[in-house]
Design a protein around this ligand. Structure first.
Ligand SMILES: [Cu+2]
Length: 320
């Protein structure tokens, strides 16, 4: 299975709202948003549905909008012919499935200041694979060049994405006896796009060890475990044969993988916010802002008013 041509088994549906007021470039409440959200990240094969919650008909037409005041200068936007909903009325919706990656700007031909953009990204495979795209099964198995040590590697989650903690778990084995090699010293290095992004030394206990890492960039990576040796045996070896030391110190295995961009972290939240609900929320907020201090103020006034009376009735109070 390659990276391209993955069936749309994980296709999702996204909703974009055309809020009330979109028809009016001046009203345009509550924020300057004609399509909500105005920018959306989807994957190849995903479907986007636009709902018209406004009181006029609108279109979703691929191309470049006029800008907010462009229509005053007879600019009504420039369709590029990729997709066009034609006019759909309040309460109606229109859907489009994006089947290739890219950035697709769109606008409304009736109200050409209304602009939005859909960013379509490659579908991320749901299975672990190496840097060439070849599917892999965990644990990955590698021998050091001298075949003295077998290294097993697993990472979790299996598909590596940016801004998400990845745990690399590895174990050392003696391939002759198939037994765990404990207390092995090693270096673990991660290279990404030709740069070293992580470097640590380790001494494994009970056969295995792990490291956590969060990638900030996408791209292919090499996980290298090098200089694998047992500190105790190492001393003996250095006495027996010269040259062996260097050999052992250079015991190294390389694993490869790919890190994917993680747009979910910022964009795949909740999308469909009905303007009515949003307005209602503002009213509730206003009630809290106005009503609560108002009640407190009236309360304070009443308290101040009855305070002189209270002093009057106080026994032994001296009236000046
Ligand atoms: Cu419109």
């Amino acid at each position: 299975m390659g990276l391209i041509g993955i069936p749309y088994a994980f296709a999702e549906e996204y909703v974009i709202d055309i809020p009330f007021g979109a028809y009016n470039p001046e009203l345009n409440t509550p924020a300057e948003v004609w399509y909500n959200p105005p920018q959306i990240f989807v994957k190849v094969g995903d479907t986007v549905t636009w709902y018209n919650d406004d009181r006029e008909g609108h279109t979703v037409t691929s191309g470049v909008d006029s800008g907010r005041f462009g229509w005053m200068r007879d600019n009504f936007g420039t369709p590029d012919g990729l997709f066009d909903s034609d006019r759909f009325m309040p309460g109606e919706s229109w859907s489009y499935t994006f089947d290739k990656p890219g950035s697709f700007s769109y606008f409304c031909t009736i109200h050409p200041w209304m602009a939005g953009i859909v960013i379509v990204e490659e579908q991320i495979p749901d299975y672990p694979h190496d840097a060439t795209g070849k599917e892999i099964t965990f644990p990955l198995l590698m021998y050091t060049p001298d075949r003295a040590i077998e290294v097993n590697l697993t990472w979790d989650p299996p598909v590596i994405r940016t801004h998400e903690k990845i745990q690399f778990v590895y174990q050392f084995y003696d391939p002759m006896t198939n037994s765990n090699l404990d207390k092995m010293k090693y270096d673990i290095i991660i290279f990404q796009n030709g740069k070293e992004v992580f470097h640590d030394e380790g001494l494994n206990q009970i056969g295995g060890d792990y490291r956590n890492f969060v990638f900030s960039e996408s791209g292919s990576i090499i996980i290298r475990i090098e200089g694998i040796h047992s500190p105790s045996i190492f001393a003996e070896e250095s006495v027996t044969v010269s040259g062996v030391i260097e050999n052992k110190a250079q015991r190294s295995v390389d694993f490869t993988a790919v890190v994917y961009d993680n747009p979910e972290k910022t964009s795949h939240e909740t999308y469909h916010t009905k303007p009515a609900q949003r307005l209602q929320f503002y009213y509730e907020l206003m009630i809290i802002i106005i009503l609560v201090p108002g009640v407190l103020f009236i309360g304070a006034l009443l308290w101040l008013k009855r305070k002189p009376n209270a002093t009057q009735t106080k026994p032994g109070a001296v009236k000046i």
